[in-house]
Ligand binder design. Structure first.
Ligand code: PLP
Length: 379
């Protein structure tokens, strides 16, 4: 489709071109000095002492579960209102997921009250997801985790550069998992980052990322080692230098891009019709504003709304069809689930276009078309 306004768009220029070319000319293509630089730069942004890049966030989430010893017989609490990878990563380990509800129509992040209700003697961990880049209630969730001796993993796919009480999202729990998929705030095509404050967990993640091997190909190339031992059942979840080089350039642009996203969302909040609920009014912290979810009024047709927008060249999306409603999950996790807020808002959610390179004309056109789409969607 040739959209007048796509849902998301890259902020790429000759800096990315040159970064990739310089990797190609260096003749070293996989995890090496450029990756080390990217991880170093990510540490500067997050203040997380250990940043380990991987080839996507799904793998980051999987490694996080493995590193924390999650496996068969364990339960992990996850929000149903997330991308399916949040739950899939748990299932890869043989553990089961228990779906928690979100807080309210204004706060689409996992509800601490619902988390407590999901805890059983088998619960081993909680995966929180900072929906759209807005912080979960981390102080309350940390308290619950401490009380019940649970691990916390943060699905930070939406929130590079976001903070709560001055502390980077992705560094509140034991392990943070970032995504650099092509429609994310920091885009490298495929890519991801693990963050942790723990030396012990970092060492474990490092081994698991590359076959459980005690030295890397790069160490041998650099003359630091001749051989290696295998001390864990590891994976090949490495990133390559080309993507790491893109990551370095994208990370430089991230603060300004996130600021533009916040300004555009502020404009939406001021100018979209009051009939629409725009969640996260008066939210705490500084959001990465990854996406702009809105809730249609009751009894409006979401399909009619999206059809109208599509006919007028504007791409919209849905974040998310709740995970517990997918066929695979219905078969394997039939419930009963107690997810009243998720079930009431999910059918009304539409995601509007949002990206830092949106022009004023595009924004004006969007503001013009949304009220008409609302009219077209009236039941
Ligand atoms: C994009 C995304 C993921 C998966 O990231 P990949 O890097 O594509 O594996 C996981 N969770 C959420 C919430 C996401 O938005």
């Amino acid at each position: 489709m040739n959209w007048i306004i796509p849902l998301a768009d890259l902020n790429y220029d000759s800096n990315e071109d040159n970064a990739v070319l310089s990797v190609l000319h260096s003749k070293w293509l996989t995890m090496g000095e450029v990756t080390a630089q990217f991880e170093h730069d990510f540490t500067e942004m997050t203040s997380s002492p250990h940043c380990l890049s991987v080839s996507n966030a799904t793998e980051a989430l999987h490694l996080a579960c493995v590193a924390l010893g999650i496996g068969p017989g364990d339960e992990v609490i996850v929000p149903s209102l997330s991308f399916v990878a949040t739950a899939n990563a748990v299932l890869y380990t043989g553990a089961r997921v228990v779906f928690a509800d979100i807080t309210s129509p204004n706060d689409l992040t996992i509800s601490p009250v619902s988390i407590e209700a999901c805890i059983t003697p088998r619960t081993k961990a909680i995966i929180v997801m900072h929906y759209a880049g807005y912080p979960c209630d981390m102080p309350a969730i940390l308290e619950i985790a401490k009380k019940h001796n649970l691990h916390i993993i943060e699905d930070a796919a939406h929130c590079p550069g976001a903070t709560l009480n001055g502390k980077a999202l992705g560094t509140w729990g034991e392990i943070g998992c970032f995504s650099f998929f092509s429609n994310k705030n920091l885009a490298t095509g495929e890519g991801g980052m693990l963050t942790t404050n723990s030396d012990e967990i970092a060492a474990k993640l490092k081994l698991l990322r590359s076959h459980g091997m005690t030295t890397l190909t790069y160490d041998r190339h650099a003359g630091h080692a001749y051989t290696y031992d295998v001390v864990e059942l590891g994976y090949n979840y490495r990133i390559d230098e080309i993507r790491a080089a893109l990551g370095i350039e994208q990370l430089k642009k991230l603060p300004a891009n996130n600021q533009l996203r916040r300004e555009i969302v502020a404009h939406y909040r001021a100018h979209l019709p009051a009939e629409l609920t725009i969640p996260f009014a008066n939210h705490p912290g500084i959001s990465a504003c990854h996406i702009c979810p809105v809730l249609l009024p009751e009894r409006h047709s979401r399909t009619a709304f999206q059809d109208y927008m599509k006919e007028h060249g504007i791409q919209t999306s849905i974040h998310y069809p709740p995970i517990h409603t997918f066929s695979y999950y219905k078969q394997n996790f039939p419930g009963p689930h107690h997810l009243p807020v998720t079930e009431s808002i999910a059918p009304r959610e539409v995601t509007l276009p949002l990206y830092p390179t949106m022009t004023e004309e595009q924004i004006d056109y969007l503001m013009e078309q949304v009220p008409l789409a609302l009219l077209a969607s009236k039941g």
